[in-house]
Design a protein around this ligand. Structure first.
Ligand code: NAG
Length: 559
């Protein structure tokens, strides 16, 4: 009798809570489930690192013929972040028993790849396991691997400018001096930076059709400078890989492109891709869990950009906008324009700084090591996990950080994954700007996004994310990921690229140019300027070499 009562009560309680949920649900909150979300449940990570005892750990280290390291928190971890990791670890462990709708048990999460629950900036260095030096892998292949790694690092190094010892010392002293000087620009967000320099600013939150909440910043055209409305003076700017809207402002007024465009009378909008510090929210997914991070450039191109572009056009009542993209900001817009023809009509001109479409000649060691045609790629993928891209200090130093540290003579530069990925030429950057850049970058990306660039290195084309033949068949209906057809990009394009750019090499840019039907202009930065990837946003030479040209070409565009 009692048991029956319990059952009835349970059923009642269930019914009540179900009806409560129904009532509280707003149509606006409905989440459109994408096919890709649906298949995520089948995507078991290739590797499921287990918690090891110390003994097991030492044994596994012996297998790699490596000096054993004690598994500890890395030295950089603050007391506070250790606490955060501990509590999150407990949280994640408890939830790892969750069963998928089909009853499979999800694998244990990789302890090496999650981030702090709170705080905007991902904190680097919060790892449970201290990871042995990467990526000299399994015994049999060590020699070949080492040779390949050496080749990759040497080829990247060859593109750098090799400053003399005096130049290095002078530069690093100036950086150290700048670090001693209090500078609030280090911590200001996009809104605060614009306010500080007396520019009007608005923050807008935009929901994508798959539930991500993106922040877009608006610098309204100053009243007295408003251009002829028929000129449709709206500019939308999209940052590069590991970056954010901050990057268009860091050099300050009179130098950074967003300020210059605003000064020239344009209505400027700064976008933020999902996963960066301003767009790390979702109606249902939590960024502390890997589920949030299951996106590549395909989702940025086909969900984020349309949401932001349509919002900007609707809000301003315009039919077209000028699109300025750097690095990943160009990857996304080319993918979008190739896939959804209507957006070619919404973009007056794509201004592509360092266009990243074809990657066969890429010089960035990180991206090359992620390519699926090397012996160590598996091990590197294992280390970076399947969620947020948050490589350990050991990984960063192995994928170019050490080499960069030697080149620049700065441990800080070598340990920042943004520099390790994209290289730096100290002659082009104001030393005082280095601490500012390092405190604003990196801002977060998904490992899948990084992997997609790695895949492009070994690919014959610019393709959608490659899940492997079996999954591709389910997702795309073919064993190969489909390619993005650059012949279909009808929007006019003008581009800017450089020989010393680790990420957009001239040979790859030339291939893209040959395929685009509507290339209006193409400017190769003079070789003696040694423009690195980041120089398009941070070099003292950028206003003269690049920004002036962009603004001139916008003024001359006929709509
Ligand atoms: C920027 O900082 C200000 C002041 O701290 C804050 O009110 C605002 O919400 C921040 N904006 C974003 C997008 O984080």
């Amino acid at each position: 009798m009692k048991a029956v009562c319990v059952l009835v009560c349970l059923a009642l309680a269930n019914g009540i809570s179900a009806s409560i949920f129904k009532k509280n649900r707003q149509p606006d909150d409905e989440l459109i489930v994408q096919p890709l979300d649906y298949i995520n449940q089948y995507q078991r990570p290739l590797y499921q690192p287990q918690e090891q005892t110390y003994k097991q750990y030492i044994l596994s280290q012996k297998r790699y013929k490596q000096k054993p390291q004690v598994p500890v928190f890395s030295q950089e971890s603050s007391q506070e972040s250790q606490e955060a990791v501990r509590s999150l670890r407990k949280f994640v462990t408890v939830n790892s028993d969750y069963k998928t709708p089909r009853g499979q048990k999800w694998g244990k999460p990789a302890y090496t790849s999650f981030m702090k629950v709170q705080g905007d900036q991902p904190a680097y260095g919060d790892y449970i396991w201290s990871i042995p030096s990467m990526p000299i892998g399994y015994n049999d292949n060590t020699y070949t691997e080492q040779k390949k790694i050496e080749k990759i690092l040497t080829e990247a190094q060859n593109v750098l400018t090799h400053p003399t010892t005096e130049e290095k010392v002078k530069f690093n002293q100036a950086v150290a001096a700048a670090e001693q000087t209090p500078n609030e620009d280090l911590v200001l967000n996009t809104t605060e930076l614009l306010k500080k320099y007396k520019y009007p600013v608005e923050e807008h939150t935009i929901k994508t059709d798959d539930g991500y909440l993106l922040t877009v910043f608006h610098i309204p055209a100053k009243q007295q400078q408003i251009r002829d409305v028929t000129k449709k003076p709206v500019v939308f700017m999209m940052h590069g890989l590991l970056g954010s809207s901050d990057d268009w402002l860091l050099m300050g007024p009179g130098k950074s492109l967003a300020y210059l465009l605003s000064d020239a009378g344009y209505d400027v909008w700064l976008g933020n891709a999902r996963g960066n510090k301003y767009s790390r929210r979702h109606v249902a997914k939590h960024p502390a869990l890997n589920d949030f991070w299951q996106f590549s450039n395909d989702e940025v191109a086909l969900h984020d950009l349309p949401a932001m572009i349509d919002y900007v056009l609707e809000t301003t009542g315009q039919e077209k906008l000028q699109y300025v993209g750097h690095g990943q900001g160009t990857t996304a817009v080319f993918a979008l324009a190739a896939t959804r023809p209507i957006y070619n009509k919404k973009i007056a001109m794509i201004h592509a700084l360092s266009p990243m479409v074809y990657m066969n000649n890429v010089r960035s060691p990180l991206i090359r090591m992620l390519a699926p045609n090397t012996e160590f790629e598996e091990r590197l993928h294992h280390q970076i996990g399947h969620g947020a891209f948050k490589p350990s200090p050991e990984v960063i130093s192995s994928v170019g950080g050490d080499m960069l540290e030697t080149e620049i003579g700065s441990k800080k530069v070598g340990s920042n994954v943004y520099y390790a990925m994209s290289g730096v030429n100290i002659a082009n950057v104001e030393p005082a700007l280095m601490p500012v850049i390092m405190s604003h970058l990196p801002t977060g990306a998904s490992t899948r996004m990084m992997r997609q660039y790695g895949q492009a290195v070994a690919s014959d084309a610019f393709r959608w994310f490659d899940y492997g033949p079996v999954m591709n068949e389910q997702v795309y209906g073919s064993t190969k990921a489909p390619r993005y057809r650059m012949e279909a990009v009808e929007a006019p394009v003008s581009m800017y690229y450089s020989e010393a750019d680790w990420l957009a090499q001239p040979a790859d840019v030339a291939r893209l140019q040959a395929e685009l039907p509507h290339l209006v202009s193409s400017y190769k930065i003079p070789t003696d300027a040694h423009f690195a990837h980041m120089d398009f946003q941070f070099s003292t030479k950028a206003p003269e070499l690049v920004y002036k040209r962009i603004i001139d070409s916008m003024t001359n565009v006929s709509y």
